[in-house]
Structures are given as structure tokens and as C-alpha cells.
Design a binder for this molecule. Structure first.
Ligand SMILES: [Zn+2]
Ligand SMILES: [Zn+2]
Length: 339
């Protein structure tokens, strides 16, 4: 039996350990992907630390996968060996439940499939994915550039393109980190009047380089007041993880404006009166399904949006994970397999 390298977590809270495993065979409706690159995402801590119920261990994390299909399970149509494919957080859906039939595959009622959590993910040479989880990868995106687009990219792009904001309207991105540095680029390329909000004057030049027309240093000024001076934001994309940073910008929404929360934060305390008087909303956004990933990759190839990355070889996954968790990485950490 041929074997491969995989980096697994043996128990909740256990270390990331490099092991040798049999190369898995794809079942009905699934393909095997030979992994080229896999991003390291903060949500990998769900697997590392056992933050969801019923995760079965040992488990291989990783849901920002770019690779090459190298084997097809029975009944697979529309995909062939040798094709590039991406696999993200959305690990597939059933296609027959009411939510799937309504077009809400992200809310599939019969399967809660999350790559690297309910099944083994991309910290390995090979992984298995259902065809409902696969995205096509444009030829002109390299694997390292494309990998972070499978989670950080789709989350920001899909939230913005479904936000209701129209070209020319003020859209603010709160936080310039792993999510925010992509959010600013997407907002600018989608034609919004793009405002970046972060802490400290040193982020101003980076914000402009990413395409922001305006930068608000939330240490030096009240970000809500600064947004109101720009006419108020139609949309604020909240990528920060601090609840107080989210609530501090709420007063900067224009009438009918929306704060879209995608950074997973502490509980938010919201003053309901301005929300009611201004018909404003606070909402969340699920990253998206495989077709959303595919369209994120296609838009990025078309528009030049690219993540800033630091790469580590697969064997150093534990170091890569620590680097990501330190919050010091600029901005997405990516594992490469050499495949
Ligand atoms: Zn992720
Ligand atoms: Zn379903």
C-alpha cells in the first residue's frame, strides 16, 4: 500500500504531528486531490482544540486546499483526473434536502460537512473531497496564491458582493489582517469607495497600497465620526475579532447601512435605538459554497487580487500553525507539499 505524509491532531488540544498514512481511496461521488498548497486558518483551531462537538480523532486539519485531482470515485461526473481543484471550508452538501433544493446549500440540513473538521483536510499529500465541495482553479493562479482565497478570500469577496452596496458607495473594512487585507482589495476592485479602518498610523500606507481611498486610524480618531464625515458607510465589513472594535464603528453606518460580521468575535453589545431610527442592520455571512469559491478564484485572477503569504513546508505545519496563531504573520500562512 502506498503511503503519504499527513499532519494530524490525535486528540483535542494535542500537538500537530507528522505521520505516515495510507493514501486514501475516494468513495462514491468523491475525488482524491493531490494537495499542492493548503492555507493555515485561525479556524483550524476548531480541530486542534476540539471546539466543535463530535469531531472524530485523529483528524487532519486544513480547509484552504489547492491541488490536482488524481483519482475519481464511482459515479463522479464533470471532473477528471489531472484537473486543478480547490476545496474550502464548505465540505459538500446533499443536494436533496429542502435547503439544498432552495439553493441554500450552505445550510444543508442532512450533512454538516466541514473540510478538515468532519473529514480529513489539506495538511497532507492527499485528501478526499465530495464533488459538491470542488472549485475550478484558473490556470493563471499559482497554488500558494490561490489557497488563502479558499477561505479568507471567499469570506470577504462573497460577503461584499452580496452586501447590497453599489459601485461608488462607501464601504469600510474594519481590520487589516488575514481577512481584511483581502477585503480591502476586493472592495476596491468591486468599485466601492473603499475605507480601511485599523489601529495605528503605520497601517495607512499598506491600506493605500491595497487600494483603499481612505484610511481611518481608530487609535487617533473616532472611527464612527470619521465615517460620517465621508457620508456614512453603506456597508462595514467587520473582520476584527474584538467586539468593542465592532461596536465602535456602528455609528458610522449610513441610513439603511449594514455591519456584516465575519470576524468571529466576542458577543456584541449593540445600542438598538440608532439601529431602529436608521433602519440599519447587523448581520453575519457564511463564507460560501464551492461555486462561490470558484467565482472568488476567477474574480481574483481577473482583477489581480492576491493574498500576501508566508510559506512553510508541510513538515513544519506545527511552526506554521504557531506563526498563524501569533497574529504576527503578514498575512496568510500557507503550507506547501512540493507535489
Ligand atoms: Zn478558514
Ligand atoms: Zn442538503
Amino acid at each position: 500500500m502506498a503511503t503519504m505524509r499527513a499532519v494530524q491532531v490525535a486528540r483535542p488540544g494535542g500537538p500537530l504531528e507528522l505521520v505516515e498514512r495510507d493514501i486514501p481511496e475516494p468513495g462514491a461521488g468523491s475525488v482524491r486531490v493531490k494537495v499542492q498548497a493548503c492555507g493555515v486558518c485561525h479556524s483550524d483551531s476548531v480541530t486542534k482544540d476540539g471546539l466543535f462537538p463530535n469531531i472524530s480523532y485523529p483528524r487532519v486539519p486544513g480547509h484552504e486546499i489547492i491541488g490536482m485531482i488524481d483519482a475519481l470515485g464511482p459515479g463522479v461526473r464533470g471532473w477528471s483526473a489531472g484537473q486543478r481543484a480547490g476545496v474550502g471550508w464548505h465540505g459538500g452538501n446533499c443536494g436533496y434536502c429542502d435547503a439544498c433544493r432552495r439553493g441554500d446549500a450552505f445550510a444543508c440540513e442532512t450533512e454538516t460537512l466541514v473540510t478538515g473538521i468532519s473529514s480529513d483536510g489539506g495538511y497532507a499529500d492527499y485528501m478526499i473531497a465530495p464533488v459538491t465541495a470542488l472549485a475550478r482553479v484558473p490556470a493563471d493562479l499559482d497554488a500558494v496564491e490561490a489557497a488563502p482565497l479558499m477561505c479568507a478570500g471567499i469570506t470577504t469577496f462573497n460577503a461584499l458582493r452580496n452586501s447590497g452596496a453599489r459601485p461608488g458607495e462607501v464601504v469600510a473594512v474594519l481590520g487589516i489582517g488575514g481577512l481584511g487585507h483581502l477585503g480591502v482589495q476586493f472592495a476596491a476592485k468591486l468599485g466601492f469607495k473603499t475605507v480601511a479602518i485599523a489601529r495605528g498610523a503605520d497601517r495607512a500606507s499598506l491600506a493605500r497600497q491595497l487600494g483603499a481611498q481612505h484610511y481611518i486610524d481608530s487609535r487617533a480618531q473616532d472611527p464612527a465620526a470619521a465615517l460620517r464625515e465621508l457620508g456614512g458607510a453603506k456597508v462595514i465589513l467587520g473582520t476584527a475579532t474584538s467586539g468593542s472594535a465592532m461596536t465602535a464603528v456602528l455609528g458610522g453606518l449610513a441610513p439603511r447601512g449594514t455591519l456584516i460580521v465575519i470576524g468571529v468575535t466576542e458577543p456584541l453589545t449593540i445600542d438598538a435605538v440608532p439601529l431602529v431610527l436608521g433602519s440599519k442592520s447587523v448581520k453575519g455571512w457564511y463564507s460560501g459554497t464551492s461555486i462561490d469559491s470558484q467565482e472568488t478564484l476567477a474574480f481574483s485572477a481577473l482583477s489581480g487580487v492576491r493574498p500576501m503569504t508566508e510559506t512553510y513546508p508541510l513538515e513544519r505545519a506545527a511552526d506554521a500553525y504557531d506563526r498563524m496563531m501569533s497574529g504576527e504573520a503578514r498575512f496568510r500562512v500557507v503550507l506547501t507539499t512540493g507535489n
